[in-house]
Design a protein around this ligand. Structure first.
Ligand SMILES: C[S@@+](CC[C@H](N)C(=O)[O-])C[C@H]1O[C@@H](n2cnc3c(N)ncnc32)[C@H](O)[C@@H]1O
Length: 244
């Protein structure tokens, strides 16, 4: 299957595709200590309740085993801990050791340093895979979705939370002004470092250059997922769902 990067190389940050993986890991290692503070100030409507509702709508229930890919500091997994009684049933996976160290302060379940494209778990061992606002950072969505399907039990579900540009030009300009200008500038102050600013600049640049939602849904279907759907809220917040 062809490689499907979620966006082309971004010369403002790195010029060649081969540098993507190292750049992303270093970016989040350096930004980890500021991430929760920035999220609390600019949570873009994607705060704890939004994440928890999305998990419930995906059928997360007692007794299930969940894998939160790109767990970051644990913002999605923390909400899952409130739904599942046994926190050991939630595995957090991330490429960045800095993020995993921050997650350890919030989560009690197992944490794994690995990439979404190569998950060190057995076939058919997971009921629900979640990804919160991280798809844009992976290097190959086709490979990632094939890996997700391998790890999910038959009938298991995937939930991908993302931010996308709205359809209208006015909406696009407003989002660009806010996420591309205001948030990075203030992140330097809120997060207390240039690294925080760069992380939030990258956040926006990847949204602006991301492949369209239809390509993400097509990649899920191409990896063998069924019942592929996407809820959209205020034209910006997307929740992709699919069954293995
Ligand atoms: C914007 S944070 C999202 C964190 C969290 N899911 C949330 O909802 O706030 C993106 C995370 O993706 C992780 N990441 C980026 N590329 C990855 C990859 N290929 N495999 C696993 N994690 C990756 C980063 O290290 C970072 O922790």
């Amino acid at each position: 299957m062809n490689r499907l990067p979620p966006h082309p190389p971004l010369p403002r940050h790195y010029d060649q595709d081969t540098r993507r993986e190292g750049f992303v890991r270093s970016l989040f290692d350096r930004g980890a200590s500021a991430y929760d503070q920035i999220d609390a100030v600019f949570s873009f409507g994607t705060g704890p309740r939004y994440r928890r509702d999305a998990l419930r709508r995906s059928g997360l229930a007692q007794g299930q085993r969940m894998l939160d890919v790109a767990v970051g500091t644990g913002l999605v997994a923390r909400e899952a801990q409130r739904v599942l009684r046994n926190p050991g049933d939630i595995i957090g996976l991330d490429a960045s050791l800095g993020m995993l160290n921050a997650a350890r302060r919030n989560l009690v379940g197992p944490l794994v340093q690995a990439r979404a494209e190569a998950i060190p778990l057995a076939d058919g061992s997971i009921d629900l895979i979640t990804v919160g606002y991280a798809l844009r950072h992976f290097s190959d969505l086709n490979r990632t979705f094939i890996e997700f399907r391998r790890v999910l039990r038959p009938g298991g579900r995937v939930l991908l939370l993302e931010i996308d540009q709205p359809q209208s030009r006015v909406g696009q300009a407003a989002l660009r002004f806010y996420l591309g200008g205001v948030v990075p500038a203030l992140s330097r102050w809120v997060g207390g470092s240039r690294d925080a600013r760069q992380m939030m600049q990258y956040f926006w640049d990847t949204i602006a250059e991301c492949i369209p939602p239809e390509s993400i849904e097509g990649a899920l279907a191409g990896a063998g997922f069924s019942d592929v759907s996407c809820d959209v809220q205020i034209g910006v917040f997307r929740a992709y769902r699919a069954s293995a």
